[in-house]
Design a protein around this ligand. Structure first.
Ligand SMILES: Nc1nc2c(ncn2[C@@H]2O[C@H](COP(=O)(O)OP(=O)(O)OP(=O)(O)O)[C@@H](O)[C@H]2O)c(=O)[nH]1
Ligand SMILES: [Mg+2]
Length: 337
């Protein structure tokens, strides 16, 4: 955190994904947008001042508000299948400062793609090859070029204005920021009693088996540092994807913060989720992911009395928790000058 504090009013040019130590993702599967295809080469990162002295790379910031700037680039992945009527509402809530929007089209038969392009000419459209939300997210994540990836539904139930809370949790030290409708400050006007019960039972199982303290297992609003994508190893196709990510994040020892989130009812159209069918898929994942033998996933040394993972609402977090290996880099989330 030795970088100088920059005022949002003195924002400088942004670096490419290489600046985060990652190669740019191939854009072969994507169409539209300019985010990864027309970006100019990184300006003068290896250039030298007169006299051959290496020029120090300038910090890069994204203005969020007059009082706040962030350094990491935020990719927003939106899985959408026949959501043309909802996209105007969803896109209207997405913050100006996000680096890119990646819409993953599930071979929609309505105008989903056309509407997305009309609303955001710079949107990157990925057409999934397979079927299902899990398959869609996997394709969308692979196409991202940002440092942080946020996943958000396209049915109008999630508020893009909450993205800053997820980003805030990540830059404050979390590896994985998990939305929760049941953490303090969260809520849902959409969830049915049956889904609530199923979510609670399945969440209870996960907490018992994997040593987590999740308050909301099956929720589609989450964010994480892109560098952890491989550790999540998403290899499922359906609505069990959030459960798989939550379990894999815990098994990988990622530091997890829950972020309170409010879910509204889907605005137009019908749900693609079937409580029983998809509940069983979630259950299968929970059982398949359990460690072989009888051992539960437990907090590891050096301080086994404290959980390595925190599933507590932010802000606040748990300052007593040790930093995980994948701890956030020195990023900036400060008041502007
Ligand atoms: N690309 C793609 N997106 C999908 C697919 N299935 C669901 N989605 C999207 O995933 C998000 C969540 O799906 P929903 O049908 O809203 O499921 P849900 O949120 O559990 O159910 P409700 O909110 O009650 O309707 C929405 O944005 C869907 O358009 C799919 O097969 N492919
Ligand atoms: Mg929904």
């Amino acid at each position: 955190m030795n970088e100088p504090i920059a005022s949002p009013r003195t924002v400088t040019a942004l670096d490419g994904p290489e600046a985060a130590g990652r190669p740019p993702h191939p854009a072969a599967t994507t169409t539209g947008g300019t985010a990864s295809t027309t970006r100019s080469p990184r300006p003068a990162a290896r250039a030298t001042e007169a006299g051959g002295v290496p020029r120090t790379r300038r910090p890069r910031f994204r203005p969020v508000s007059p009082d706040l700037a962030i350094s990491p680039r935020v990719s927003v992945v939106v899985p959408a299948m026949n959501e043309a009527d909802n996209l105007p509402h969803v896109f209207a809530t997405l913050p100006e400062w996000v680096h890119e929007i990646v819409l993953v089209d599930g071979n929609s038969t309505d105008d989903t793609v056309a509407v997305a392009r009309r609303l955001r000419p710079d949107v990157r459209v990925v057409t999934q090859r397979g079927r299902g939300k899990g398959d869609a997210l996997r394709a969308g994540f692979a196409a991202c070029s940002g440092d942080i990836i946020v996943m958000i539904d396209a049915d109008g139930s999630a508020d893009g204005g909450e993205i800053i809370a997820f980003v805030g949790a990540l830059v404050a030290g979390a590896d994985f920021a998990k939305g929760s409708r049941f953490a303090n400050g969260g809520g849902s006007e959409d969830i049915t009693p049956l889904r609530r019960l199923g979510n609670r039972l399945l969440g209870f199982m996960v907490n018992r088996m994997y040593g987590t303290r999740y308050t909301d297992l099956c929720y589609g609003y989450n964010a994480f540092w892109a560098r952890h994508l491989d550790r999540l190893g998403i290899d499922c196709t359906g609505f069990e994807v959030e459960t798989l990510m939550n379990i894999r994040a815990a098994k990988a020892g990622l530091r997890i913060h829950e972020v309170p989130s409010y879910e509204r009812t889907r605005i137009h159209g019908a749900s693609n989720l079937h409580a029983l069918r998809d509940g069983l898929r979630v259950l299968r994942v929970i059982l398949a992911e359990r460690p072989r033998g009888r051992a539960r996933v437990r907090p590891a040394a050096p301080d086994a009395s404290r959980p390595r993972r925190s599933a507590v609402p932010v802000p606040g977090g748990d300052p007593g928790l040790p930093r995980s290996r994948g701890q956030a880099p020195a990023t900036v989330l400060r008041e502007g000058a």
